[in-house]
Design a protein around this ligand. Structure first.
Ligand code: ZN
Ligand code: FE
Length: 245
């Protein structure tokens, strides 16, 4: 039965979203991928929440830059990918595929989703119908392949596509509009996609966020999830890398 968690979006840098997650029964509060510390500490304080944990999805500075300062201020415990521990010196706990992480009584399962970075992980909270995917899956897009292959990303996206369709997907960036404009060039006849693009353009014109998305929505409109092979994903990823929205 979702959802006991309160999940707050904190915009940071040019297009990052930091997720502040509060579990009211235990009073625990967790931060996913703090790019920076100040707005996170301010938001938690304004709500009267004490940050007890940070969960990182990968080592990139726009996902870990706030770790040290938040830990110094709150004494929180930091969990992140074992395979990237050397690049995240603030980690307390190193996790990998199948490990369980808890926020109060809520359990998350760790999924290894390498490709954007070699040790990238996601956190799936089945009881909440929530998944935090970092820079692996975006609304109508996927992460760049900095340290992995199209085969790996294809495996990741197919795996995520099999989560329950109502699962809410919390990505780490607002890339939706440029992803949407690329997506329609790949699937110009996809009616669900055309409707979504119109909705996204309207939302962004009003300055509204378009994340979280859902697995169902991505299955219907994401040109990287909807490929029939890793080769096709590779072609689309290369085309997107040079696409000017
Ligand atoms: Zn990244
Ligand atoms: Fe990022």
């Amino acid at each position: 039965m979702p959802s006991s968690l309160e999940i707050v979006r904190i915009p940071a840098l040019s297009d990052n979203y930091i997720w502040l997650v509060h579990e009211p029964v235990s009073g625990e509060t967790m931060v996913i991928d703090p790019a920076v510390a100040e707005p996170v500490l301010a938001e938690a304080e304004a709500r009267g929440w004490k940050i007890t944990q940070i969960w990182n999805t990968h080592w990139h500075p726009d996902h870990t830059g706030g770790n040290a300062a938040i830990k110094e201020t709150t004494g929180c415990h930091i969990t992140g990918p074992a395979a990237e521990a050397a690049r995240i010196p603030t980690l307390d706990r190193r996790v990998g595929e199948g490990d369980r992480v808890t926020l109060g009584g809520v359990e998350a399962e760790v999924l290894e989703v390498p490709a954007h970075t070699a040790g990238h992980i996601a956190y799936h909270l089945p009881s909440e119908e929530v998944v935090f995917v970092g820079d692996t899956l975006f609304a109508m897009g996927c992460g760049r392949l900095f340290e992995g292959t199209a085969e790996q990303m294809h495996t990741n996206l197919q795996r995520l596509s099999k989560l329950p369709p109502e699962t809410r997907v919390y990505c780490a960036h607002e890339y939706t509009l440029s992803n949407a404009r690329f997506a329609v060039t790949m699937e110009p006849d996809n009616q669900a996609l055309l409707e979504r693009v119109a909705a996204v353009e309207a939302a962004r014109a009003l300055g509204q966020a378009t994340v979280p998305t859902t697995i169902a929505l991505e299955r219907a409109t994401n040109p990287f999830m909807r490929v029939s092979s890793a080769e096709e994903l590779a072609e689309r990823r290369i085309a997107k890398d040079s696409f000017k929205a």
